[in-house]
Design a protein. Structure first.
Lengths: 276, 581
């Protein structure tokens, strides 16, 4: 299994191809959902902007915590997250105005713009690990939504929250792998980052697969024994476990590309763990 | 290029110094003996902490488990006070899991145009939602059945009496001056005369008997000292229907109208909101006050619930103190200034709730209303007064119990069965994978659930009432998965280390120390996200955030208090040579 995985990492185009295909399917499935498929409480929660805004805040929290502890960029991440938070809050406060003025489409566009700007700025400050964790999590959310939306009659608030939980599981799996990568980097600072990333992820393969297995074991009884909303929870976690596993294992592919220019400081006076 | 390596070949990537430390403090060495003294005390303290946390958890979960184990019939049979106490202390299931009460409402908006009706009813729904949410009734569902009929669903914990009040009452408070006592006597005489004339006409002209006669109106009235030693007109309970009928009679109405034209400003008979009991008999006060509003209390700047003062203590233990806004404050000051010595009635929904004698200028714009005998009654009144006034009259036509919205009780039962089966499967998975150490996690699942419910109770103690809904269940399921994931991560690393080091005790202790920062930060990340959901979200998102916070907090507690303590106690206390993992 480790050999197959290492070979795949050597050919990231295969990983990107599969990921792109899944993403395209997910986007199509999400985009083809009509408003009638959404229940009233979900429409209300979407129109109030609180779902997107809390997702945006969660992204900033991930940026700060992973950027701080894995990318070693606490100052940069906090100084980026704070203005972004205020920017996002201002956009959120404009929502009632947009609703009354009939500019809801424009508002969504601005919110999407804020998210894209956040991702771009995270890239500019070189918070690579945090950025890839965020993108992988959003990827897991879109792909899981694609599968789930095709299987349920109506999309409810708990279903959407379940899909968000799948995104969070991806973040947790990726972050725990990152901590292993980080330990490897600290243990052998002169080796190439690329080597640590692949090695750290390979050390985490068993953990990732076992975690996915545990999620499937919790999800299966819901699919077999339960009905109605409870069955959809089972479906979400079953598909989510597979997507999260895939995301956690595929995340090093873009990370390798993003860190190809990364070098570790050789200054012995620098505090251990500081990386440029 | 291939990155495949044998596991042993990966040793150089382990945390340096781990083995060295392990060897230095191996059993039998001096370091080990020194460490043993410290670790023994540390282990004992952690075991005491474990016992204390477990005891506290059991104490906190008791009301919730009691509620969940009672059937709906058993809950209904509990005395009202016990039931409300239980609902206040426990995590109550939401409408989707346990059903609740459904109020059918009829709005009177027939006279409005389509466009005005649409706006009015939209506003009405918004006011109902605000009132119920402000009172603390989470996730009310408001469904429009047809043009003017609505259904409002509230969870089982909601007090139906107070909900009815909040849905039906307009919430408008107006202040009216009393008419002079001599004028009231004059009007009484006039009504008696009119009724006498009518009786004569009936006797002469028709066969139909009128209930009235000479002094018919005055005969049914009595006098009683109600407030502030002033004698008021009251009606005995047995005469209530007759007096109401008389006042609704067209002849009497016409007579009052005529009297009002001759003696402006116009007055109107208005009933008090509550009867008075004297010597075991009920009396209903009837006031004659200015028909037109002398002062509108709304909009208010505050409606504060407090203990009743001397003015309202006779009408209940609690009062609601209203503070008028700047404009109202000035108007009240002027009104009180020019009418010192006169009597003022505070009217709400067509009934007089309070009367007071104006002692002098009221400069601070404060008025007190009786709030009832419980805090909840007073809070309901306060919420009602602070919200917008209902734009159209509304009537509650029926109240009935409704089943859970997820296809009935069977679906909920099967869902909980599936949750139990899932946890059992995961426990078996841990035992198969990690043997005896996995057994600690298997028991840890129970501990995790216990602590989750205990932390949910802490939210209640903090004044935030979470409902157990499908959204909360997602949060709890997610936290169970995080609990499993962090244990797999930790145990995998312990297993890998034990392949290299044979000294169990030190290896376990070192591995716990090395995984600690990662686990702390993962939990901090998820706790921060859950706080974000609580602060930003409403209804379902808040429920999710509250349950997620409780679940993740519980996962953290269980990992460090349960798993770590037990594993450390086993490896250090028993000095295990081999760990079953």
């Amino acid at each position: 299994m480790e050999k197959t995985y290492a070979d795949l990492m050597d050919k990231p185009s295969v990983v990107f191809g599969i990921s792109g295909l899944l993403l395209a399917l997910g986007v199509v499935a999400v985009a083809t959902q009509g408003a009638s498929d959404l229940t009233n409480p979900l429409q209300r929660i979407l129109l109030s902007g609180e779902l997107f805004y809390s997702l945006f805040v969660a992204v900033l929290i991930v940026l700060v915590i992973i950027g701080w502890h894995i990318d070693d960029l606490p100052g940069k991440c906090i100084s980026l997250a704070v203005p972004l938070f205020f920017g996002g809050t201002i956009v959120r406060l404009l929502l009632p105005l947009a609703q009354s003025g009939g500019w809801l489409g424009e508002w969504n566009g601005v919110m999407l713009g804020v998210t894209i700007v956040s991702i771009y700025l995270a890239w500019r400050i070189q918070a690579r690990f945090a950025l890839i964790a965020i993108v992988s999590s959003l990827y897991a959310i879109i792909v899981t939504s694609g599968f789930i939306f095709g299987m349920v009659d109506h999309i409810t608030v708990p279903i959407v929250l379940g899909i968000m939980a799948v995104g969070a599981i991806s973040i947790v799996l990726i972050t725990l792998s990152y901590f292993r990568i980080k330990a490897l980097i600290r243990a052998a600072r002169r080796d190439a980052i690329k080597k640590h990333i692949v090695m750290g992820t390979m050390l985490s393969i068993r953990f990732t697969v076992l975690s996915g297995g545990a999620i499937i074991l919790l999800a299966l009884p819901f699919i077999i024994l339960a009905e109605d909303s409870f069955r959809s929870f089972g479906l979400i976690f079953l598909i989510g476990s597979l997507v999260s596993m895939y995301t956690a294992l595929a995340a090093p592919a873009p990370l390798l590309m993003a860190t190809s220019d990364l070098v570790i400081s050789s200054n012995p006076n620098r505090k251990q763990g500081k990386r440029r | 290029m291939s990155y495949v390596m044998r596991r042993k070949g990966m040793n150089k990537y382990r945390v340096p110094g781990a083995e060295l430390n392990a060897k230095n403090s191996a059993p039998g060495t001096r370091n080990s003996e020194i460490n043993n003294g410290g670790t023994d005390i540390f282990t004992r303290i952690t075991v005491i902490v474990l016992i204390a946390v477990t005891w506290l958890g059991c104490f906190l979960v008791f009301p919730t488990f009691r509620l969940w184990l009672l059937s709906p019939d058993e809950i209904a049979q509990l005395p009202l006070e016990d039931r409300l106490t239980l609902f206040h202390q426990a995590t109550v299931p939401g409408i989707d899991l346990a059903g609740g009460s459904a109020f059918t409402m009829q709005a009177d908006a027939a006279r409005l145009t389509d466009r005005a009706r649409e706006q009015t009813l939209g506003h009405l729904i918004s006011i109902w939602r605000t009132r119920l949410l402000d009172f603390g009734i989470l996730e009310p569902e408001i469904i429009q059945n047809d043009v003017m009929s609505f259904q409002v669903h509230v969870p089982i914990s909601a007090d139906t009496g107070l909900v009815r009040k909040m849905l039906q009452q307009s919430g408008q408070v107006t202040l009216h001056l009393f008419k002079d006592g001599n004028e009231v006597q004059g009007l009484r005489q006039r009504i008696d005369n009119v009724l006498q004339e009518k009786t004569l006409a009936d006797t002469n002209g028709t066969s139909e008997k009128s209930p009235s006669g000479m002094g018919a109106f005055s005969r049914m009235l009595a006098s009683l000292t109600v407030d502030e030693e002033i004698i008021d007109i009251v009606v005995k309970e047995e005469n209530l229907t007759a007096v109401r009928r008389l006042l609704a009679d067209s002849t009497v109405k016409q007579s009052i109208r005529g009297y009002n034209l001759a003696n402006p400003p116009a007055g109107a008979f208005t009933w008090a909101s509550e009867p008075i009991e004297r010597n075991g008999q009920r009396f209903y006060p009837l006031y004659f006050i200015n028909q037109d509003v002398d002062l509108n209390a709304q909009p208010l700047s505050a409606a504060q619930v407090d203990e009743a003062s001397e003015v309202t203590v006779a009408r209940g233990a609690y009062a609601v103190r209203l503070t008028l806004q700047e404009g109202g404050r000035e108007s009240l000051a002027n009104l009180s200034d020019t009418n010192t010595g006169n009597r003022l009635a505070i009217k709400m929904d067509g009934q007089v709730h309070m009367t007071l004698i104006i002692q002098g200028r009221i400069p601070d714009g404060r008025v007190e209303l009786p709030g009832g005998n419980t805090v909840d009654e007073a809070r309901a009144l306060s919420v009602l007064l602070m919200s917008d006034i209902l734009p159209t009259p509304v009537e509650v036509t029926s109240v009935e119990m409704i089943p859970p919205s997820v296809q009935g009780d069977a679906a909920v039962r099967n869902g909980l069965l599936a949750l139990g089966a899932g946890i059992v499967l995961m426990s078996i998975f841990f035992i198969v994978l990690y043997r005896a150490t996995g057994g600690i996690v298997a028991l840890g699942f129970v501990y995790h659930l216990l602590m989750t419910v205990a932390l949910l109770r802490l939210w209640i103690l903090a004044g935030i009432t979470p409902l157990l809904t499908l959204s909360s269940l997602i949060g709890i399921l997610f936290s169970i998965l995080i609990f499993a994931i962090v244990h797999i991560w930790c145990f995998e690393q312990i297993k890998e280390s034990l392949n290299e080091n044979t000294v169990v005790r030190q290896t376990v202790a070192l591995m716990f120390d090395s995984v600690q920062p990662a686990l702390i930060w993962i939990h901090v990340l998820l706790l921060s996200v859950s706080i974000g959901c609580i602060v930003i979200g409403s209804e379902a998102l808040t429920d999710f955030g509250l349950a997620l916070f409780a679940g993740i907090g519980s996962s953290f507690l269980t990992f460090f208090v349960w798993t770590r303590t037990l594993l450390s106690a086993l490896t250090e206390g028993w000095d295990l040579k081999k760990l079953s993992i």
